[in-house]
Design a protein around this ligand. Structure first.
Ligand code: ADP
Length: 484
């Protein structure tokens, strides 16, 4: 089975969120299933420079008249074969991120920058590489969402019918652009229709993916149902309901080569469910690193997150007084909305012994926080899958979450009945309110006061498996349904 994976990010080369973790782990997991996997990635500097034995596949002339070079080789860090679009004018933007400049403004030419990604996938479907033709093109999120449209409109010219899968990692980021871009995309006028990629007079990359893909997946079963409702459908719930027959939820998994406290080189002491002692050392080290009071008995809460409206962090902000009054400590790592950054920092200045905030993006510190904390807070308003609650589970940092999306699929509240059934692994609140969040905090404190029960739950959490083999087998089965 020849599968082309198309995404804008890939861990460890370029990451702004969970998409990169998935794009980085899925190829090897699919190869273990017997798939012949190649990646298609934009030529951002860290990606291009990781490409070993690069070969020029061919020059491509974009529909808007630019010439770019498609290269192939092997990514040194991942050991996976990849095509990389070498287009410095579009992708080489020192100082900025992949989507935004240093001032966090989206690049003005994002429409072209990411149309190119989908278009290049379409070209590979047309046989751009004489040596390798994909049977399935699997594209991820809005950046790659035009791929199914280009494939659908070039079916007649393809050497063999190329099937498409489109995965929604977050429906809220849609890639919507003005209709004047249509002429440059190289898609027929028919695409600009309610039965196509038109969305309230605009062009929606997300809608193109949802409309033209042979199969749609999302990253958890619950989210696949939620996005079919007006509350969480972001204006696309009607289309998603119409396509419910080809829509499914496949839960993300954890890359245990990266996230495993028994082998993690980024944490001060390794540990696991059988030998949990190292966790206390990690906690003491985290307290020392942030100048928090060195108290083994203070439950330490951790947040590793983008600081955005979606992540529900105003609940954490509002709950700080309660958390600290009950004797807890809090470490926050994140970056995002200015007002949240400022408000969190102000609180940290007020409570230096018990609250620490680190603004920015720091992969190694994220590991130390999961290892050193007792509870991982993920109170998201909505959450397609969420990875940090799964990392929390693996590291014995019990997740405290809002019952939504993938959080609902992975965390079981420490209610008495769930404790009795030996299913509990964290704390779950139903209503997205300060009141319910604080009740969940209280349950965390109550359990913490019963060390034997806490240890039972934490050990169960650490033993839980979120193996990629299960998720990859599901994707593989999906490819088999549609491949020619
Ligand atoms: P999302 O993709 O919506 O941001 P996920 O939970 O799916 O949320 O994935 C977030 C990923 O990004 C996780 O790997 C998490 O550890 C990481 N992450 C988020 N913020 C930071 C940060 N400030 N520093 C380091 N890693 C971070």
């Amino acid at each position: 089975m020849k599968v082309l994976q198309v995404s804008a990010e890939i861990f460890p080369l370029l990451k702004t969120g969970g998409l990169a973790d998935i794009a980085g782990a899925l190829p090897a997991a699919l190869e273990a299933q017997g798939c012949d996997v190649r990646l298609l990635l934009p030529g951002f500097a860290p990606i291009l420079s990781d490409l070993r034995r690069p070969r020029k596949v061919r020059e491509l002339h974009t529909p808007w008249g630019e010439t770019v070079t498609l290269r192939s080789g092997q990514l040194a860090t991942l050991g996976v074969k990849a095509y990389v679009i070498d287009a410095p004018a579009l992708y080489d933007r020192p100082g900025g991120g992949p989507y935004e400049d240093a001032q966090r403004r989206p690049y003005e030419d994002n429409c072209r920058r990411f149309a190119l990604l989908g278009w290049a996938a379409g070209q590979l479907g047309l046989g751009a590489d004489r040596d390798w033709l994909p049977q399935v093109v699997h594209s991820h999120d809005w950046h790659a969402a035009l791929a199914p449209a280009y494939l659908a409109f070039s079916r007649g010219q393809q050497p063999r019918r190329v099937a498409s899968v489109y995965t929604v990692h977050n429906l809220a980021y849609q890639g919507v652009f003005g209709p004047h871009h249509l002429g440059e995309l190289g898609l027929p006028g028919a695409a600009y229709s309610i039965d196509g990629l038109e969305f309230h007079g605009q062009i929606s990359f997300m809608k193109a993916g949802l409309y033209y893909a042979d199969r749609i997946t999302t990253v958890s079963p619950t989210y696949s149902r939620e996005i079919q409702t007006p509350e969480q459908g972001c204006g696309l719930d009607g289309l998603l309901r119409a396509r419910a027959g080809v829509l499914s939820g496949i839960l993300n998994a954890v890359d245990e080569g990266v996230w495993n406290p028994a082998t993690d080189k980024l944490i001060p002491r390794t540990y696991d469910a059988q030998r949990p002692a190292g966790k206390a050392r990690c906690k003491a080290a985290l307290q020392a690193e942030f100048g928090l009071a060195k108290r083994a008995d203070a439950p330490l809460f951790g947040v590793v997150s983008r600081l955005t409206e979606q992540k529900g962090l105003h609940l954490v902000l509002g709950g700080i007084e309660t958390l600290l009054a009950r004797g807890g400590q809090l470490v926050v790592l994140g970056s995002g909305d200015g007002w949240l950054e400022t408000a969190l920092q102000e609180q940290a200045t007020r409570h230096p012994q018990s609250l620490a905030v680190r603004l920015g993006y720091d992969e190694a510190l994220a590991h130390r926080i999961f290892a050193g904390s007792d509870v991982t807070l993920v109170p998201s308003r909505f959450e397609p899958c969420g990875l940090t609650q799964m990392y929390g589970l693996k590291y014995g940092s019990l997740p405290l979450v809002h019952r939504v999306g993938g959080l609902a699929d992975t965390v079981v509240d420490c209610s008495l009945e769930n404790m009795a059934d030996q299913r509990a692994n964290g704390f779950v609140f139903d209503h997205f309110s300060a009141h319910d969040f604080e009740l969940a905090l209280r349950r965390a404190f109550a359990l913490y006061e019963r060390p034997r029960d806490w240890t039972d739950v934490a050990e169960r959490a650490m033993r839980q498996s979120f193996a990629w083999s299960d998720s990859a087998a599901r994707y593989h089965a999906l490819y088999q349904e549609i491949a020619h």
